[in-house]
Design a protein around this ligand. Structure first.
Ligand code: FE2
Length: 250
């Protein structure tokens, strides 16, 4: 069973993956916490956040927060799989060793923690996932390049072309789509979007997500970034599910 939740921001929102929080969500969905084999974080996982030594077995952090957090995730009874968001250290992500998993390639943080690459299709427990990712940081002016902000938060032309070619070659049907920022149709259901009046439309990641949305078929699209659980309220009816602290089992 796969559990999907929102941004964890290094240790700031690590409680998303606490046993207590996950058990409540499982209870509400009449699911068994003990049956969870994978937990997916929809971007802004933020680990590693600090520069760390990377070996074939993953990262070896010197930052005490990263070290403790990694030890905590390594003890989980399920694998932790993270999407790439906008608050992720892309300099470190580039160094992570790729390993074959779920019919494609993932990036290894540790034996129990992996990043899913954007633009990839993964088969996890017989379900097909299209994984997207990225978003523009609205707080970019308060951040420092290569320390707390990375230009790779937005897709480059090569990445986009690779996914479009994949879709053109026939990869059009999925069980679930996972992304960090959403497509417009999903964001429209988030209360924060309505309050802020459309700023998000300037995000090229949303424009690309919309393009992909128009080309594929799937059951549900899960996304984070908005720090909103508005998608959780009508889980069954909603096609687009925004998540933050809540988790959905599939
Ligand atoms: Fe976030």
């Amino acid at each position: 069973m796969i559990y999907i939740t929102g941004d964890t921001h290094n240790s700031e929102d690590m409680s998303n993956l606490s046993k207590a929080n996950m058990e409540v969500c499982c209870l509400e969905q009449k699911a068994d916490y003990g049956a969870i084999t994978m937990a997916i974080v929809l971007g802004d996982f933020g680990l590693p956040w600090h520069t760390a030594f990377v070996a074939r077995d993953g990262i070896h952090p010197t930052s005490s927060t990263d070290k403790k957090l990694l030890a905590w995730y390594n003890k989980k009874p399920f694998k932790v799989l993270a999407l790439m968001g906008n608050h992720d250290n892309y300099d470190m992500l580039k160094k992570l060793p790729p390993v074959a998993m779920f019919g494609s390639t993932v990036l290894k943080v540790s034996e129990n923690v992996f990043y899913l690459k954007r633009g990839e299709v993964y088969t996890i427990e017989e379900k097909r996932f299209l994984v997207l990712g990225g978003a523009l940081s609205v707080d970019k002016i308060y951040r420092i390049s290569h320390e707390s902000w990375w230009e790779e938060e937005a897709w480059n032309a090569t990445e986009k072309e690779a996914l479009l070619a994949k879709i053109a070659a026939g990869e059009r049907t999925f069980d679930y789509v996972l992304s960090h920022n959403g497509p417009t149709a999903g964001i429209a259901s988030v209360e924060e979007y309505v309050k802020n009046g459309g700023e998000v439309m300037k995000d090229p990641v949303v424009v690309f997500n919309d393009q992909i949305d128009s080309m594929i078929t799937y059951k549900k699209w899960f996304f984070g970034h908005w720090h909103s659980d508005s998608g959780y309220k009508n889980l069954k009816e909603n096609k687009y599910i925004a998540l933050y602290h809540e988790g959905v089992v599939v």
